[in-house]
Design a protein around this ligand. Structure first.
Ligand SMILES: C[S@@+](CC[C@H](N)C(=O)[O-])C[C@H]1O[C@@H](n2cnc3c(N)ncnc32)[C@H](O)[C@@H]1O
Ligand code: SF4
Length: 417
């Protein structure tokens, strides 16, 4: 682990105690006491595997997918039965993999979810560009999906080639999106690819708007150590210039920044499974964040099904937080939205944010990384760049290490950071 992340962890948690994840086969999820709870469902199947992609996924087969969905529904009932009555949750997001490969069973999954939860802010689903057809969108709409996220990456053949993907076929996407409407249509792009210019990115954003997107997610390319990709991202200086320019471009075009990576043309457009106080995750590799604990399910599809069939949750690793560790987690995820509200923090922890992190907030204001107005701390353009920069360390030090191990071992004994 890098020296920088280690020092930051010790400083922010005021302790030398590591973030320790143990294989406790955690069975108990006390989410009843959690407000502002979100749901996430992972569908780990893809028609082909992209070399740069770090997510938990396997090649699709109808038989494997059906078996998995049976287990998933079983897991939803197991977790749902922990709480008597129906728990109100904010939103539900389907991610992957390619959730549309299970479109025939989405209604069945949602029926199971609705037996235990009341969803108040809509349901999102990730789509591969090949899935954006009239039939699939109609099926999504019928099932009650209100938000779509389409993994475009780039409209330009050159960058799809670099990423090892086929070029995006624009006409069927335009046609399907013009016929079936959704509250949010988000498109994902990757920036800082070799030779990519700001004009390439601007053209992508323009095309997204033309096709009917009201939300864009612009991710910096991340070269995970365990993927087979040989793509090298642009250096930090070029990345920063690109990030600042594309942010200004989106703001000029009338977008509002809704998170560190995302921009929306209308305030009703929302697509974020991360900026929640708490969330429950179902399916392999899904994570669950509650008041005092965080857990991650096994990455192994077969082992996931076996555990669920044996009547147990498929938890692989659990961390029990100290109060300061939970605060750091809260602030890190909340910072994705580029804003942290002091009253929300106090409501969650019962103690003032300024009392716990007053010095850090003052320093961040002094260095013009954040501003403070009416109880809310908001990241500046400079702050957003440094957050991106720090997020990269976090990704390499924590996520890369954890996912690298979890891909190889279904139930590792422990991981400490
Ligand atoms: C689960 S993935 C993809 C959804 C869908 N299966 C697809 O391929 O279109 C969600 C998003 O993560 C982003 N992503 C994946 N790998 C990445 C990487 N190495 N660096 C940056 N972003 C990445 C992509 O923008 C992608 O659309
Ligand atoms: S980018 Fe999408 S299609 Fe490609 S492997 Fe990842 S989840 Fe599957």
């Amino acid at each position: 682990m890098s020296f920088l992340t280690e020092i930051t962890r010790m400083w922010l948690t005021r302790s030398t105690r590591k973030f320790s994840f143990y294989n406790e086969y955690d069975e108990h999820l006390p989410y009843g006491e959690c407000d502002n709870l979100g749901l996430y469902i992972h569908i780990p199947f893809c028609k082909s595997i992209c070399s740069f992609c770090p997510y938990c996924k396997v090649i699709y087969s109808e038989e494997k997918c059906n078996k998995y969905i049976d287990s998933l529904i079983h897991e939803i009932h197991m977790a749902g039965n922990e709480y008597e009555g129906k728990k109100t949750v904010t939103s539900l997001y389907f991610g992957g993999g390619t959730p549309a490969l299970a479109i025939d069973r989405i209604e069945e999954i949602l029926d199971a979810v609705r037996e235990h939860f009341i969803i108040t802010e809509g349901i999102g689903l990730e789509l591969h560009p090949d899935n954006v057809t009239y039939d699939t969108l109609t099926a999504c709409k019928k099932a009650g999906i209100t938000k779509l996220s389409i993994g475009i990456q780039s409209f330009q053949e050159k960058y799809q080639d670099i990423l090892g993907r086929r070029s995006v076929n624009i006409d069927p996407i335009r046609d399907a999106l013009s016929k079936v409407s959704f509250e949010t249509v988000s498109m994902d792009f990757i920036f800082a690819l070799p030779t990519q210019t700001i004009d390439d990115l601007k053209n992508d954003i323009d095309m997204a708007l033309k096709l009917g997107a009201n939300y864009v997610a612009i991710y910096p390319f991340i070269d995970f150590s365990f993927t087979k990709s040989d793509i090298k991202a642009l250096d930090n200086k070029k990345k920063r210039a690109m990030l600042d320019e594309i942010t200004m471009y989106c703001l000029e075009k009338g977008f509002k920044r809704s998170s560190i990576w995302t921009f929306a043309t209308e305030s009703s457009a929302k697509y974020s499974s991360m900026t929640r106080d708490n969330f429950l995750g179902f399916g392999c590799s899904a994570t669950t964040l509650l008041k005092k604990q965080f857990k991650i399910n096994t990455f192994d599809v077969d082992e996931y099904c076996k555990r669920i069939e044996s009547g147990k949750l498929a938890t692989s690793l659990t961390i029990r937080f100290t109060l300061r560790q939970r605060m750091v987690y809260y602030l890190f995820w909340m910072a994705y939205s580029t804003k942290v509200n002091a009253d929300d923090f106090e409501r969650f922890f019962g103690v003032k944010l300024s009392k716990m992190y007053g010095m850090e907030l003052k320093l961040a204001q002094l260095f013009k990384l954040i501003t403070y107005k009416d109880g809310t701390y908001e990241m500046t353009l400079k702050g957003a760049f440094y957050y991106h920069y720090y997020e990269k360390f976090y990704t390499y030090s924590y996520i890369d290490k954890m996912w690298g191990i979890m891909r190889k071992e279904a139930f590792p004994k422990q991981i400490k950071f």
